[in-house]
Write a protein that binds this ligand. Structure first.
Ligand code: SF4
Length: 580
């Protein structure tokens, strides 16, 4: 955008290209109270609203005082706003002027020709409604460009999914007590809390499916209701109560999260979706830092509930991805049901053929029955060949944390040390900040005099998808194992549902495709810029049978390496021009 904009201004065209990249409230807010509460996005919306209503946000008040900022916000800084501006530049300007960057960006939106935003702004129907209101446009007036569009399949189902936990129920109980709610409301929260705590003790698996009708019946009978209607009326009362106490809190200048409202909404959705096959209901267990927690979940299975309205009503959409399978994607998001025509374009790879080496290693297989020390030692030997030939940094992304641990237990650290490199191990318990420090350290060893480092992580994790490693930051990537998800009840429900709606293609769409997508994402990490050079190693023979699913730009270069010692070295020496 910056290049196009300066091209236009050099040509002295009267047309001006401006644009803005915006972020969510949590990332832009400068109010210390809101930041200290660390709310999620829907909570921060209501906290911000309370702060503004109570005149407790000086940044917002300062913004309103600058009348121009509402009538013509461009005037606040024409040199900045008449060309493309990114969120960091906007935040810096606002810090200087002590004004709210989030609302300034919103005031600027109607003036901007191009807006770059998170998927939520346009996918989430509630957020989209207020976003479109702010930009003063209808959906049919918008051209939408969805970059990395493979992400929207999961995101669309997440938007329609909900959960409650003992933590949120305890906070509900605290508010119900504080605001003297009728005893039946206390009973309701207590029944749910006790139920979840009992389940947590009994559950050995990470997930257990629920009959939603049965649980609903048990709950309303335990409350003394005779039928579903009575329960529904009660939930509506609970919702009204949450609105009333929220208003009271706001009037008293209190800032809080609305746990009672969230609980009421959860049950209204449960009642609405109870007999729909597009939803799956379960208990799920999460273990973090050796602590177990339980959730009660409503899981949406069909992304089209969210994507179809967008496809139908927007002017047009351009979907872009370097890793997508167009056939699966167009089915999953409902392109063929949108009532519009569409065209698939497979573009030529922009990367030079001689700069990418792609290998599938035969003779290794991480299927459960093969997971034994001799298989892991063999894998480590083959990894050793890659390490030996690779000048700088290497990423090893495993199919699961189980495989990652097995590599550690079978001596990968020694192999890394023998190659004069340092090992960095990704850990699911790391905070975002701790993880970014880990990645910073890993990258810092990429160039001489250092001999490079090895990052051991998982496919589908934050370091194998969200992070870029151009240049020497990652010379080679090894996808260790075929990254199938654990076949949990939620995955099985999805396969079953997809079988029904996508002509028996449930296994391919719900199980195989996400696994290959994780491998495709991880495999692209070393090749980020046009002149990047990188080796991509698929360390599992199952990739040979599934080769048609691998991204086109890699597939065309793939070679299968037989299960013999030193063949990997023979392929990689000439690639890196090493004379060893
Ligand atoms: S008005 Fe702006 S600075 Fe104030 S709380 Fe809301 S987002 Fe934060």
């Amino acid at each position: 955008m910056k290049k196009i904009s300066s091209f236009i201004s050099k040509k002295k065209e009267r047309y001006l290209l401006n644009g803005i990249s915006i972020r969510g409230r949590n990332e832009m807010c400068l109010n210390k109270t809101l930041i200290s509460l660390k709310p999620n996005s829907s909570e921060s919306m209501s906290i911000c609203k309370d702060l503004r209503n109570n005149h407790n946000c000086s940044h917002f008040l300062n913004l309103l005082k600058k009348k121009d900022s509402i009538d013509n916000p461009i005037l606040l800084s024409p040199e900045l706003f008449n060309k493309p501006i990114d969120a960091d530049d906007l935040i810096n300007l606002c810090k200087e002027k002590k004004i709210c960057p989030y609302f300034l960006s919103k005031f600027l939106l109607p003036e901007m020709k191009i807006i770059i935003c998170n998927y939520q702004w346009i996918l989430n129907p509630y957020i989209r409604k207020s976003f479109l209101k702010f930009i003063g446009k209808e959906l049919h007036e918008c051209i939408i460009v969805v970059d990395e569009c493979h992400n929207i399949v999961d995101l669309a189902t997440e938007i329609n999914s909900l959960k409650i936990s003992p933590y949120s129920l305890r906070l509900c109980l605290r508010d119900l007590e504080l605001y003297r709610a009728p005893s039946i409301m206390h009973n309701f929260a207590k029944i749910l809390l006790n139920h979840l705590l009992k389940k947590k003790k009994k559950l050995n698996d990470i997930e257990l499916s629920i009959s939603p009708e049965k649980l609903l019946n048990n709950i309303y009978l335990a409350l003394g209701h005779t039928d579903l209607n009575e329960f529904k009326n009660f939930i509506n009362d609970l919702y009204d109560f949450s609105v009333a106490i929220h208003e009271e809190k706001t009037a008293n200048g209190l800032i809080s999260r609305d746990y009672i409202g969230i609980l009421a909404e959860f049950w209204l959705i449960w009642i609405k979706t109870v007999s729909s096959d597009k939803y799956f209901f379960c208990y799920s267990i999460i273990e973090r830092n050796e602590k177990k927690s339980i959730n009660l979940e409503i899981v949406a299975l069909d992304p089209r509930e969210i994507t179809l309205p967008l496809l139908k009503y927007s002017y047009s959409i351009l979907h872009l991805s370097g890793t997508i399978n167009p056939y699966v994607y167009h089915n999953l998001i409902g392109l063929n049901q949108s009532g519009k025509s569409y065209k698939g374009i497979i573009a030529e790879s922009p990367f030079k053929r001689e700069n990418v080496k792609a290998l599938i290693i035969d003779g290794v297989d991480t299927r459960k029955k093969n997971r034994n020390p001799s298989m892991f030692k063999k894998i480590i030997q083959k990894i050793n060949e890659v390490l030996y030939c690779t000048p700088a940094n290497i990423g090893i992304f495993c199919a699961s944390y189980g495989i990652l641990k097995a590599l550690i237990n079978n001596g990968i650290e020694q192999i890394v040390l023998n190659n004069n490199k340092k090992l960095f191990v990704e850990n699911s318990g790391l905070t975002a900040q701790e993880n970014s420090l880990l990645i910073e350290d890993f990258k810092s060893l990429a160039d001489p005099p250092n001999n490079g480092a090895v990052l051991l992580g998982v496919s589908g994790g934050r370091n194998s998808e969200g992070e870029d490693y151009p240049g020497n930051y990652m010379n080679a990537v090894i996808i260790t194992g075929f990254p199938y998800h654990l076949p949990t009840p939620r995955i099985e429900a999805k396969i079953h549902y997809y079988d029904k709606v996508f002509h028996n293609q449930g296994w391919d769409f719900a199980y195989l495709y996400p696994a290959v997508q994780r491998a495709n994402q991880a495999s692209g990490r070393p090749i980020r810029k046009l002149d990047d050079k990188g080796a991509i190693i698929f360390m599992d023979c199952r990739f040979i049978q599934k080769v048609k699913w691998i991204s086109n730009w890699i597939k065309n270069r793939l070679e299968v390496i037989p299960d013999k010692p030193d063949v990997i070295k023979q392929k990689l020496y000439p690639f890196w021009n090493i004379d060893k």
